[in-house]
Design a protein around this ligand. Structure first.
Ligand code: SAH
Length: 240
């Protein structure tokens, strides 16, 4: 059975958008996953088809109504995890992406304006997820980011299954740098070890690069990595 995404949005025409091309698009065509974009406005009940209202307590902007969003969720709810895109959410991680890819699919709610009435989120037992510490104008791009990350892990989507095991975050480290032909370009040579054919030396070099890059760029990831992987930090140093 294919992995099933339902997106609740005020702008269903934005989908599949970029998810309809390249790797995700081919997987969509192949039936590895499916996507339905549900128009939240279709669940408005008044004659103006309004979906939002002013916030209780005052303040700028508008809030998506609980009754309307809740009816939209109910129209697709079937036990799949319900995710809400919000900058206030738990940051999306590769670990959560992997779990979601292993499940039956997801329902993703895209906010607009100031966001969604909290009661609709609570009533659905929805998980609030952020894609980073910045504010977008709507949840649609965030939903696409989540789906892109998930879909590439679905069996049959990526050509080479190994790619997912070695890449950034898989072992709690950022990935080592890549090189391809030509071996020398504009006076810059590829690190010689990569041309040595010595697989153990190459693996050790890549590991060292991954550790150094993680240490300098992401001290938070590095701290978590050494806390969880006992022994992994001790890498043999060349004899003096
Ligand atoms: N008033 C909100 C921001 C609303 S932005 C706040 O200050 O937290 C409008 C919508 O864009 C949100 O409801 C959410 O669905 C989406 N959005 C914006 N930034 C996001 C992010 N970093 N991650 C996920 N969704 C985001």
């Amino acid at each position: 059975m294919s992995w099933r995404a339902s997106i609740l949005t005020l702008f269903p025409a934005m989908f599949p958008g970029p998810l309809g091309t390249a790797l995700a698009g081919r997987a969509l065509e192949a039936g590895i996953w499916s996507l339905d974009a549900v128009d939240i406005r279709g669940f408005a009940t008044d004659r103006h088809r309004s979906v939002d209202d002013t916030p209780f307590g005052g303040g700028a902007g508008m809030v998506l109504r609980a009754d309307v969003v809740s009816a939209a969720i109910a129209s697709v709810a079937d036990g799949r995890p319900v995710l809400v895109a919000t900058p206030r959410g738990v940051p999306l991680s590769q670990a959560r992406v992997r779990e979601l890819a292993a499940g039956p699919g997801a329902i993703v709610i895209c906010g607009r304006y100031e966001g969604i009435d909290q009661r609709a989120i609570e009533a659905a037992g929805a998980e609030e997820i952020s894609i980073g510490d910045y504010v977008l104008s709507g949840g649609e791009l965030a939903a696409m980011v989540m789906l892109d990350a998930i879909v590439r892990l679905l069996p049959g989507t990526m050509g080479c299954a190994d790619s997912a095991d070695e890449e950034s975050f898989s072992a709690g480290l950022l990935e080592y740098p890549h090189y391809t032909r030509p071996a020398e370009w504009q006076g810059r040579a590829v690190p010689p070890v990569l041309l040595s054919g010595d697989h153990a030396a190459i693996a050790a070099w890549r590991r060292g690069q991954a550790e150094d890059i993680t240490k300098t760029r992401r001290p938070d990831l590095w701290a978590a990595h050494i806390a969880t992987s006992v022994g992994a930090v001790v890498r043999p140093r060349p004899a003096p």
